[in-house]
Every structure is written in structure tokens, then in C-alpha cells.
Write a protein that binds this ligand. Sequence first.
Ligand code: FAD
Length: 398
Amino acid sequence: MRLSNFDYIIAGAGLSGSTFARLRAEKGSKILVIDRRSTVAGNLYDETNMYGILVQQYGPHIFHTNSEEVYSFITKYHKWNPFKLRCSVDMCGQQTPSPFNFKTIDQFYATDKAELIKEALLLKYPNQSTVTIVELLNSEEPLIKQYAQMLFDNDYSLYTAKQWGIKASEIDINVLKRVPVRLDYKEMYFSDKYECMPEGGFTSFIKDLLDHDNIEYINNEDALKYISLNDQDHRIEFHGLEVSTNCKLVYTGAIDELFNYEFGKLPYRSLTFKYETLNEELFQATPVVAYPQVEGYTRITEYKQLPKQNILGITTIAYEYPMMFEEGKADEPYYPVPTDDTAMLYSKYKAKAGNYDNLILCGRLANYKYYNMDQAILAVLRCLLYTSPSPRDTERSR
Ligand code: FAD
């Protein structure tokens, strides 16, 4: 591969790699982005299917943030439309809002008891719109505790067990400490200041990020084919690529794979999706419905509603099945498994990476962290603060 001189080679054209590329390209750096997939956008990839419905290939994504910095970054490059996500849970034969709210209490209890539970909640948590399920489970008030236990037994314990592949009895309730239960009738999945979807889809947004004269990108190429890490002098070599002497590698793929799994594999949960297209106007009341009590799948997404698309008489849905990630079996590594052991294993790789001056790790796989999209962007912005610009950037800013 003979291209111009690059200041950065970025492995991965997902949100992290593309954000990094754009921000450095605007400073004058020459960037090569390589992705081994045939598409850009990483796990945000979406495409219009044969029925004209925009479908996200790696699970439902909705942009939400409270960060002004992130919001002004995304809206600088693309048009975004406001979108408020509503979700439901299918529980004991009824569909109820997610997060659970006062409508859930009305649905699952007789009127008198429902009133008592709502009164008890408002008395115990005045001036609050949400409370966590863990706080409810730990409540001394019998009515509140009973309500929380009903939610835990019929939803949280079953859903979490399925999602993480463990027994319901093994769940540490602390993993639920950020899960909110609403103390009103509002139906909103997120409560961030900005909640929006990119016009034309996420791939279109990522393409806009990569659309800069200083950025070249290549698909269907594994960056590892060109990179070798020299353990002796801690230099990174790029075989067959004409690169500048100060070229830095920005790696957004899996850190254990970069080091050839030297200390062992970092575990991930994965997902597979089963798509169906039905001759129906609408399949479900909300774009996403969770199914804690059924065998196998965790949720169903109806893409015509994510965002709303005016396609008549037909709809595409995706069933989501969680599983352990195994190389060659499940599609992709999705969720890191945060335990003391994985933190220790990750820290070994991190320490090793620290020996290489021209290696920058960013993104959910390289950092082995679940990042929402806004957190992934913020991580890149933080990373850029600590990355000295290339000589070319410095020349430009003089
Ligand atoms: P990725 O998107 O994984 O991109 C990494 C890229 O690197 C990939 O394209 C991969 O092919 C490439 N790559 C890896 N190794 C190599 C290599 N050796 N050579 C070349 N290329 C390589 N966030 C939200 O804010 N809202 C949501 O609603 C939301 N929903 C989600 C739903 C699911 C099911 C999941 C799993 C995550 C969700 N997220 C959501 C999080 C979101 O997906 C991430 O924040 C985002 O994908 C992070 O982007 P990334 O670039 O770090 O990683």
C-alpha cells in the first residue's frame, strides 16, 4: 500500500476512530483510517433494507447526552433530529413502560393498593422523579419493598440473568444500582438534555466525519496485517506503508488482540439478531420492548419506529439474543465483563501498551469499557488533550 505520508494510522472507523480522525485532520494532520469490516461506522452501522426501512445492524442506538461539548461536536458535522425514546417491558402478559412508572403500579395492583403504594413512594421520596430499584429493595416500608420485589422477581433478575448468562440467584443487586424506577407517569427512557438521531442514519453521520481532505480510509483491511510491535525497542513498525517517522498508531480494536492475547483473552458478552419483516403496519407499541420472561431473546426492536419512518403496510423487527463471545462463533464482542479478574488482566495489557510512545488506545474495545456514544466521544476529546500534536500540526498552528 503506497499512500502519502501519514501522521496517524487509525485502526477502526467506528465512532471513536472517526472522531479522532476528524479532530486531528482539522489540525492539519494526514490520517489513514483502516477498518477490517466492509463498512464504516463500527457498531453504529445502519443501512436501508430492501423494504426501505433503515435498520441498525448492531442493535438499537439512540444518541443521548448532557454534555454541551459533545452535542456541539456532533451537530457541527451533521443534522440531528430530536427523538425521545419510549420503551416497554412485557411482563406477566402485559406491556408496561420502561423504566417502570406509576402506570405500572396501576396495571399490576388493584386500585386501592395501587394508591397506597404510590402514596408511600411519594412520601418516602419527595421531590424526586426517580429512585433506583436497589433503594426500593432496601426500603423498610413493607409496601415499597413488596413492589420492588415484584419488579425484581418478574423483570430485573430474569433480564439480568439472561443478559449476562448467569443464574437469577447469582445476581449481585449492586449491578442494578443505576437502574431507575420513575415516581410519576412520565414515559421516557432517558432523561438527558439532548436526545436525538442523525438525519439519514448513523453511517451517514460517520461518513460526514470522515469527509475531510486530510483523511483517507480503507475498508476490508485488518490493520494488524500492517502493524508489528517490537518488544525490544518498543517501536511500532508499519509494513509496506509509507509513513512519516513520527507516525502514531491510534488503535480502537481489542487491546488483547493487539498483543496477540499474550496474557489471556478478555471476556465479552455478545449478541445475535434475528430479523423478521412482517406485512403489518406496526408490530409493537414502542420501538423497543424487553421480554424478561421468555426463553432466549431479551428484547425486540421495531426499526420503523427508530426513528419513525413513513413506510406503509410492512415492518422489520429484530429479536436480540445474548451469548458469550467466542472467536469465530458469535459475531462481535459487545459488552466487556467488568470483574476484578478482568480489571487485573486489562491492567497488564495497559501497562504493556504504555511502553510504546507512538501508540494511542481509544474506544470501547481498546479501553475495555462500555461507553455510550457520548462517553466514547468524550474519551477521544480527553485523549487528544494528552496527545502531543504531530510536527505537521505544530507547523500549521505557528
Ligand atoms: P466500535 O463501534 O466497535 O468500532 C471499532 C471499529 O474498529 C470496528 O469497526 C472494527 O471493525 C474496527 N477494528 C477492530 N479491530 C480492527 C483491526 N485490527 N483492524 C481494522 N479495524 C479494526 N450508545 C449510546 O450512546 N446509545 C445507545 O442507544 C447505545 N446502544 C447500544 C446498543 C448495543 C447493543 C451496544 C452493544 C452498544 C450500544 N451503545 C449505545 C454503545 C455504542 O455502540 C458505542 O459507544 C460505540 O460503538 C463505540 O464506538 P467505538 O468506535 O469505540 O467502537
